[in-house]
Design a protein around this ligand. Structure first.
Ligand SMILES: [Fe+2]
Length: 411
């Protein structure tokens, strides 16, 4: 048997933070790392996370002799205005090192500030629709990401997602120049994550791992991260959800989501993320919940095109074993995902975190959602290439099976 890898035929660039500080108490090292890179830190956080953990970070910076100024107005989906206001503080106080405290929203705001600090132009200019991929020319200042979710994996990625309030749309920036320098992963900081967001961010991480693994851009380096991420998330997400104080499960989830971030930033996301943004905008649900509503259906749709990969997904999720043939196992991946989503009562969160339109209204926007999904480029990374009619049918199946109040998964 021969071993095949695209690396024998072409070059890939693997990105990663230069250091990952992981484990209980890791947050105490933020000062030491900041002092290696500068003297005045801009600390970027959401108000709520700052209330929970801001003192710990500021004390650690103080102890290391690093001055700090805080920007704590980050919104859940960070905006152009967030980045511009935080950048004003950066300039006014002559800061030289960025420290983010929080999950993807804080990290993406910090990355945005870094882009403005090192490059000419407005943040909108760096979106992939205007500047293309790798559209940030200059390296950004040192960024230390103290993570509090598990999670977006943004501390390991070259992506920034920004909401443009003037057009009610989001845009994406992708560049290896924005990958954070240091990731601080302290499970004690994730204990405060509510059960709902443990579920949303955990399924987002699982989606990153699965999509990276089955993507047409997959190859052996991100595949190993994706497999290990799936194993950690499958065993520890239900435990972390059921008992948020379980530090072993929280630590396992932090590592799993980091590996999932490393997998997708070096491979790509695919159809689930392509469908999730338009669906999330219609239902006003958090990103992870939108992914959870879509993931089982896309797995069912795609399994035939990447049977070996989906068979491994099914086996890791405990939905298939060695007695199943590859194709039988692949077809069970969706079942395994559904069981995990049902364990975490994900559709139940629609009552508190979403607004489901009537079927008639939903059908009236399905064509627009389909076009938005195709325009995102992510469906093109899927192992089974969907036609626009197939995307439309997926959206309708999801409504009838998981969104409608009387649907099988909600009633
Ligand atoms: Fe995601």
């Amino acid at each position: 048997m021969t071993y095949e890898t695209p690396l024998s035929r072409e070059t890939r660039t693997v990105v990663s933070p230069s250091s990952v500080v992981v484990g209980a108490g890791a947050v105490e090292q933020v000062g030491e790392y900041a002092a290696r890179h500068g003297t005045t830190a801009l600390l970027v956080a959401t108000e709520q996370i700052f209330e929970f953990h801001g003192d710990k970070v500021i004390d650690a910076l103080d102890t290391a002799g690093v001055e700090s100024v805080s920007y704590t107005d980050v919104r859940p989906d960070p905006t152009v205005e967030n980045i511009e206001s935080a950048y004003e503080l950066w300039k006014r106080h002559d800061c030289d090192v960025l420290v983010t405290l929080g999950g993807g929203s804080s990290i993406d705001t910090g990355k945005g500030v870094g882009i403005l600090a090192s490059n000419d132009g407005e943040i909108r200019d760096f979106g992939v629709d205007r500047a293309g991929y790798e559209g940030v020319p200059e390296p950004t200042p040192p960024l230390i990401a103290v993570n509090t979710t598990a999670g977006t994996g943004s501390e390991a990625t070259r992506s920034v997602v920004v909401s443009d309030e003037s057009t009610s749309t989001k845009f994406l920036i992708v560049s290896e120049n924005v990958v954070p320098d240091i990731a601080i992963e302290d499970p004690e900081l994730t204990v405060s994550l509510p059960r709902s967001h443990t579920a949303f961010t955990g399924i987002d991480a699982l989606t990153h791992a699965i999509e990276a693994y089955v993507s047409v851009n997959a190859y052996d380096i991100p595949d190993s991260s994706a497999e290990e991420a799936m194993e950690r998330i499958a065993r520890s997400l239900p435990v972390a959800w059921a008992n948020g104080d379980d530090l072993d499960a929280r630590a396992d989830m932090l590592v799993g989501q980091l590996q999932a971030g490393q997998a997708f930033t070096n491979s790509s996301v695919a159809l689930v993320h392509g469908l999730a943004r338009p669906l999330g905008a219609q239902l006003h649900v958090p990103h992870g919940l939108a992914n959870a509503l879509i993931l089982p259906y896309v797995a069912e749709f795609s399994a035939m095109a990447a049977p070996e990969k989906y068979a491994t997904v099914a086996r890791i999720l405990g939905a298939a074993d060695e007695s199943d043939t590859t194709r039988e196992a692949a077809d069970k991946a969706a079942e395994g995902i559904l069981r995990l989503c049902d364990d975490l009562d994900l559709t139940g969160y629609l009552d508190d975190f979403g607004e489901v339109p009537s079927r008639e209204r939903y059908l009236s926007v399905v064509d627009e959602m389909t076009q938005d999904a195709i325009d995102s480029g992510s469906p093109a990374n899927n192992p089974r290439k969907p036609t626009s009619d197939e995307i439309r049918d997926l959206y309708i199946d999801i409504y009838d099976d998981a969104l409608a109040p009387d649907s099988p998964r909600r009633s």
